[in-house]
Design a protein around this ligand. Structure first.
Ligand SMILES: *Cc1c(COP(=O)(O)O)cnc(C)c1O
Ligand code: SF4
Length: 454
């Protein structure tokens, strides 16, 4: 888009002016250098302390695009895009916060602080929903960088895609970004993966995920894609790429040095006869507002790829129906397809971001009612739990008992999918494991089998 290059980066949201060396100069900010962000002078000493303290426990990274184009610096500390990247005091329990703050105040040495931070991380449920399980095995070799949980889909975690252009404060993958290596997925080559898929004719979808696979250079990403195209596996119909780059670094798709090559690669996938689906992670309508985001979406769509969108529901960031309706509507206008609304996982800073299942359902329903059928491709609210993806369909009353109506959108056993089931109503429940079966049943219908498979 010519006009975009002619006009300088417009800082519509912030008065502080910050000019990157060039349009696509990617500058990250972490604990080491975040004080250099010009807008930081708007933070109070307490807010800066919160970043210093909480940023020792959780991963913290933002970048010049997020700082200049997404965050509304006139709305600190409540701005949702600020909360999305900058560590918040309330993400830790008061005693956890005080432990780290105390060490920083007395200038404790780095090892002591790291040790205290690691102890707190272990208090924060770093391994929710059996992550690290479902590792496929091919001819006796474990495919370490992949996960085959649902029959038709295999997840693949390329080893060089295990970071992101910025880190979301709520991310359930936080342990892998802070060096808790035993749960870091990694896989260097695609040969085993291809053999495994060839041997599993039920697999139709290969999902590249991370971190964010779009942090890889095109050249590197092509070393994964090209062998897969070359293998021409007849039952493999779709390649999906899970990414937040459209929100955190849209220049990836039109202004980086290798953007053109990336679009060519997308085009090549599509021309090979496969479906290419970009699973874009958007949490807030603001993320699709900048010209750069619109341009990136347009360029991707021109390759024939389809962009589907997904997001968790998060307190302090997107917990109103009006916001979701606006977000879905904007996505549809840009040619994207709303796909999933997730319930945030019980890990890390969960208590800060969590809403109850009842609230989640009400927000989903009220938002869903406000949009046309084209945005009702979205499904949710959904929990990616141990037995599968469970949707909260609603709250109802059966024989005088108030119940949650649930169903599997995905299940370890495909036969579980689509059958409504019931849990006792609980106004405080925030996750599947908080629920009890309704009607005095001693377990949920899927539990006997799920117990055998763990
Ligand atoms: C969500 C998910 C998938 C993809 O499921 P779809 O419903 O097809 O989008 C695949 N594997 C895992 C582990 C998942 O959580
Ligand atoms: S972009 Fe995705 S993987 Fe990266 S921090 Fe955000 S939610 Fe986590």
């Amino acid at each position: 888009m010519q006009t975009f290059f002619e006009s300088p980066l417009s800082s519509v949201l912030s008065k502080d002016h910050f000019t990157p060396k060039s349009l696509n100069f990617f500058q990250t900010y972490t604990l080491r250098n975040f004080r250099q962000i010009p807008q930081i002078k708007r933070l109070s000493p307490e807010q800066i302390e919160a970043v210093e303290v909480v940023g020792r426990v959780f991963p913290f990274k933002t970048n010049n695009y997020v700082v200049n184009e997404l965050i509304d610096w006139s709305n600190i500390p409540d701005d949702p895009m600020y909360i999305l990247n900058f560590p918040q005091k309330e993400m830790l329990a008061p005693d956890q916060y005080d432990r780290i703050a105390g060490l920083l105040k007395k200038n404790a040495d780095k090892n002591e602080i790291d040790e205290a931070a690691m102890k707190i991380r272990w208090e924060l449920n770093p391994h929710p929903a059996g992550q690290g399980k479902n590792i496929p095995i091919h001819n006796g070799s474990k495919l370490r960088g992949s996960q085959h949980k649902y029959r038709e889909t295999i997840l693949f975690f390329p080893s060089q895609g295990q970071t992101c252009h910025a880190y979301c404060t709520f991310c359930f993958r936080w342990p892998q970004f802070v060096g808790m290596k035993d749960i870091k997925f990694a896989m260097r080559e695609t040969r085993l993966l291809i053999d495994y898929i060839k041997n599993h004719p039920e697999i139709t979808d290969l999902i590249f995920t991370g971190g964010d696979p779009m942090v890889m250079s095109t050249k590197l990403f092509a070393t994964y894609i090209n062998p897969i195209l070359k293998a021409k596996i007849p039952h493999l119909k779709t390649i999906r790429i899970g990414t937040k780059a459209l929100s955190y670094w849209p220049y990836r798709f039109f202004a980086d040095d290798d953007s053109k090559d990336l679009l060519h690669l997308f085009d090549k996938v599509v021309r090979s006869g496969m479906h290419l689906s970009i699973m874009a992670h958007f949490n807030h309508p603001r993320e699709t507002e900048p010209e750069a985001a619109k341009e990136a979406i347009k360029k991707i769509r021109e390759t024939g790829a389809v962009i589907r969108t997904q997001s968790p529901l998060l307190k302090h960031i997107n917990d109103t129906p009006a916001l979701w309706a606006k977000m879905w509507q904007a996505q549809v206008e840009l040619g994207c397809v709303p796909y999933y609304m997730f319930i945030a996982r019980d890990t890390g800073s969960h208590q800060f971001f969590a809403v109850t299942l009842e609230e989640a359902w009400k927000i989903f329903k009220n938002a869903y009612q406000k949009v046309s059928g084209l945005a009702r491709t979205v499904r949710g609210p959904s929990m990616s739990a141990h037995p599968g993806k469970v949707q909260v369909m609603g709250i109802s009353e059966v024989n005088g008992e108030k119940v949650f109506v649930l169903r599997f959108l995905q299940g370890r056993n495909p036969e579980w999918v689509g059958n409504p089931f019931f849990a006792g109503y609980d106004p405080h429940a925030r996750w599947l494991t908080d629920l009890q079966p309704a009607f005095n049943a001693d377990r949920f219908f899927y539990e006997a089998e799920a117990a055998q498979n763990t």
